[in-house]
Design a protein. Structure first.
Length: 364
């Protein structure tokens, strides 16, 4: 097995926002690793800090945001052939101007949730795809035009040359999202960040977009970060999963670790809340309570007030990351050797068994 090559490393990232109500501690010590050619998903409820984490890497944080601690290291190759050289940068220490000129769009590209707000309504599709190539690589216009047509074909848009002249309002939602993906791929990035890329699309178009990103990843060998609250999407695309709650990663592991052997009660809640055709319950499960107000210091485990399995220590002391295997970690006191043995809810155990059986059938 070939050695995995790390492309992004986030360590002890802490970010707060200055608001009228005080200092909001949105990110509270996040660690994250991404390797070349792999897909990493960051999942969690809205407001858990998923988008803020990756926006810090892109240098596109809000003006009232402040990085309190941490590093975001990124590795990329400069030049080709014999002069190819590996570079390491800390994205948090780079001036915004340098991030814009050497990283954004060129090395790291992002696909946002709503394609209509990502596209310029006053520019035709062709010019928007060509813009990055001309800006970053000084590509001659004719060459950029040819590559833009190829990219539209790559993302599955028919009559690509004709579509180059279209404006965003002339395309359907699914086609607009394909164009946004084409723009993101225009400069051959090493890392593609997809922030809820299918939320604004209907189910059939969602499936096509997810399949498209997988195909492109296989062809180009790029790394992908998916930000989503939809575990159904995660199951289709991810190699590794990071479960995020209240500004912290609370569980991380391979796709099989998280779906077949979850250890954190919050992950149990997320999996239990997934729609399931075989469930006998009249209502979908919902995690009780609400996420904490991060304007205030959170004592102990932030999930404790919503956790029916919480121990006394959860209200006093934040749990460390406990290692379960070479690929699997979770931050819950239930994994401490002194803790009482607590199993996941039997309904979730039955659901996981069904998921395993379905997975085995698909692999036959």
């Amino acid at each position: 097995m070939a050695e995995r090559e790390k492309i992004l490393e986030v360590r002890d990232l802490s970010i707060s926002f200055t608001t009228t109500g005080g200092e909001l501690n949105a990110i509270r010590g996040v660690d994250l690793d991404v390797y070349r050619g792999e897909t990493v998903a960051i999942v969690g409820e809205s407001g858990s800090g998923k988008s803020v984490t990756v926006k810090a890497a892109m240098g596109i944080m809000d003006k009232n945001a402040r990085v309190n601690s941490g590093s975001i290291k990124f590795w990329y190759y400069e030049n080709e052939g014999a002069s190819r050289e590996k570079r390491e940068v800390d994205l948090l220490k780079m001036p915004v101007r340098d991030i814009r000129s050497t990283i954004n769009g060129r090395r790291i590209a992002m696909v946002f949730q709503d394609p209509m707000t990502s596209l310029d309504p006053t520019m035709n599709i062709g010019d928007q795809i060509m813009e990055g190539m001309i800006w970053h690589y000084k590509t001659p216009k004719q060459e950029a035009y040819q590559k833009a047509v190829q990219l539209l074909e790559l993302v599955g848009i028919t009559d690509a040359e004709k579509r180059m002249k279209n404006f965003p309002h002339q395309l359907s939602g699914g086609m607009r999202q394909r164009v946004v993906i084409a723009i993101a791929l225009a400069c051959d990035p090493d890392l593609l960040i997809c922030d809820e890329p299918t939320t604004a699309l209907d189910v059939t178009i969602q499936a096509r977009i997810l399949e498209l990103i997988k195909e492109i990843q296989a062809k180009m060998g790029i790394s992908v970060i998916y930000i989503t609250h939809d575990l159904g999407v995660v199951a289709k695309v991810a190699d590794y999963v990071n479960v995020m709650y209240a500004g912290k990663i609370v569980e991380k592991g391979s796709i099989d670790d998280i779906f077949y052997d979850p250890r954190h009660p919050y992950t149990w809640g997320l999996l239990s809340a997934m729609p399931d055709l075989d469930t006998k319950d009249d209502r979908l499960y919902a995690i009780p309570g609400s996420p904490p107000n991060l304007l205030h210091k959170v004592p102990g485990d932030a999930f404790a007030p919503r956790n029916i399995f919480a121990l006394n220590i959860d209200y006093r002391k934040e749990p460390p990351m406990f290692q379960i295997s070479n690929t699997h970690w979770a931050a819950t006191w239930l994994l401490d050797e002194r803790a009482p043995k607590v199993d996941m809810p039997p309904e979730l155990r039955a659901r996981i068994e069904r998921m395993k059986q379905e997975g085995e059938k698909r692999n036959v």
